[in-house]
Design a protein around this ligand. Sequence first.
Ligand code: B3K
Ligand code: ZN
Length: 852
Amino acid sequence: PTKIYLKDYTPPSFDVTKVDLDIQLFDEYATVYSKLLMHRRYDGKLVLLGRSLELQSICVNGKSLSADEYTLDDESLTLHDAADELTIETVVRITPQTNTTLEGLYQSGQGDELMFVTQCEPEGFRKITYFPDRPDVLTEYTTRLEAPKRFKTLLANGNLIESGDVGDDRHFTIWHDPTKKPSYLFAAVIANLEVLSDSYTTIEGRDVLLEVYASAHDIDKCHVGMQALKDAMKWDEDNYGRAYDLDRYMIVATSQFNMGAMENKGLNIFNTSCVLSSPETTSDERSFNVKSVIAHEYFHNWTGNRITCRDWFQLCLKEGFTVFRDQSFSGDFRSKAVQRIEDVALLRSAQFAEDAGTLAHPVRPESFVEINNFYTMTIYEKGAEIVRMLANLLGKEKFRQGTDEYFRRYDGMAVTVEDFLSALSVADERVSLFMPWYRQPGTPVLSGSSRIDGDTVVVSLAQVTRHVPNYDAPIALPIPVDTAIFDSVTGEMLASQMLLLTKDQDEFVFDGIQLSDGAHPVVSVLRNFSAPVKLDFNYTDEDLARLVAFETEGFNQWQALQTLVNRWLFGNSDDAAILTDALKTAVTKLKDTDPMLAARLFDLPSEKELAMAYDTDYDPVAVKARRDKLKALIAQALSDVVSDWYASLGNEVYADTPDARGRRLLKNVLLDLSLTAGVDGADALAYEQYKNASCMSERLGALIAIIHHNLEQKQTFIDDFYSRFSDEDLVIDTWLAAQTSASHTSIDEIAGLMARDDFDWNTPNRVRAVLSTLAAKPVQLWSEAGVALCLSAVERLDGSNPLMAARLLTALARWQTLSSEPKVVIKQKLESLQTKAKSKNVLEFLGNMLNG
Ligand code: B3K
Ligand code: ZN
């Protein structure tokens, strides 16, 4: 497969000033008429991109072209002699009914819920019509949709300008989008949906019609999403001064979708899993995720749509910034510390793994084979961390000054990461130091120590980043290290400062530290996880326990405990008293004031995250055993209080507040611990919680506990859950995941779940419910049968949905860290897949995995 390089970027030779589209849907195909007004900007050929299109006719300036006037291949249509101004009209036939790739225009759902939707980012528009399908070609779109009347919903971007009948059985709508946009933001929906409507008046006084479209069965699950949309609109006005710019904002829910959602201009298309929510069917975690994703897609309207990417190498320009924005938004709607804890836990378990494996790449890559393979944790989450470092370094006001400048300068343009940094530098010139963060792969390791000298505290810091093969030798990055000093006796904070390490190593001095009698300074570094690095600091265990007790910043309070946990997991001692005492004291204090943070204090790093510690001879069974042992020790140490704590949380009437969500989470954690400790009557508590559940979080928490602890009545509850929710696809996904996730569920049993009639390979949510859950269970995943199951799924999906196939394959990216015996077997399996796979997506990853 051919690689393309950032350094080869050239601007498009033609602009498209306007495009008129007419998409006519029939039972077995669709016909797409397109009229492009094009205008030459530079010398060069006129190339339109197209894939899987059947060209029926082409006219230039009203004259039909003969075959020798253009060249056609699988990917493009090239005009031999293009004038400087021209109108190109094409007619193509496509077959959305058989398009299983979920890119371009495709069929989703079945029966009453059958619909046709588009997914164009990054290169799906070329599967609809011939077009210069690249993000730096911005165009004004008018779209006519025509379909049988049984599809009552016909939507496209922008404003509805006309609708009517075509004969007795068919009808049409015409939409005009006044904002110029890249083709990847085009969207169309042909469906039979209900709509939930509302309105929002922007700070600029524009009345916006808000619509969420879903099937009749799901329309009552759209209220959480609608509220999230209104909250996001207000938040972007308050925090970034950004108001919405059209008269209409639509969200459409669809059940077959490759990712979470898509920010098409004025017409977002959402995976049902990221928009539907009701207390009975949706856990608190999923419901909060709905809010974050709705906000994310809304925020793209400014960071992505109005200011877009010049080329796909700049993907982090829109994704990193938008993730940072949605994280900040979400943190304003619950405990900020918990928000940060979750974001960091994801970064560590998924992005650090990427950076440590064969698929490591920079936040702004310099080459790729298949751009769809680069919608990664690195681009999104590490991209967000870079923006966060800048935001923290600049402080609220200066960061706002910088983003205002960014929006002022580049509105309506397709730009680069350099442009972004250059706008922010207006507020603080240190911004430009951060460019290497975008270029250099690998996670820096920050090590440090502190020492005291009279009333002076000296903090020494040093950094090192692994040399990722095929990249330049790593250089020192600017690392902001938010640091505070506490008095070990009183717990009082004596000093705090954002240090900026810009060299390989450096020392930072805090003068005039006034300690109380007999006290020593307790240094707390990397507060709020101020940089995406691995930290190794010379804390004593006793000082970590002190930080658990008195660190005022919730993230580092949690982190202090996590550091004790990690030390225990990688140490030889069986004594966990210092850790369990600190945990018990902190939870006692927090469980009433911040129950969600209290619940998170019980976190143990996931098995996947622990795997990161091994570059060779990784033994998943030993890692899991050590982790299970710690969990048992914690449960034992708290067994005298867990039942009381659980009881004190009582049975509440359902409420959707951060506090109530926190108490539900804490209840589930305590239930799990009671079962781990073997507390008398814990089984009965689980059964009771299931039966009396006021909402999905309580019911699912109980179900998971019942399954994971293999309780006697397990099957009864599994069956009950299934029959209660058999017509709720998303809940059945959860049901499959709950069973797959138990450590005692074998690969055979997992294969059994995949052999069920309702297991549908064309529905990514269903496939992920099982296989992404398996990916989080290293012991089974890395068994010979686990690898075989995973690779057979990749092979099967390689033809029908290469995006999903490649995504599943990433679960095996760190295969080289295993010991030599399994490695030999896996290598053979990967090589054998390499001879059979067809898609660029899978082949690019296999190439990296085998040679990287
Ligand atoms: N921009 C889309 C992702 C498109 C992925 C294409 N394979 C969703 C988002 O990040 O908001
Ligand atoms: Zn995004």
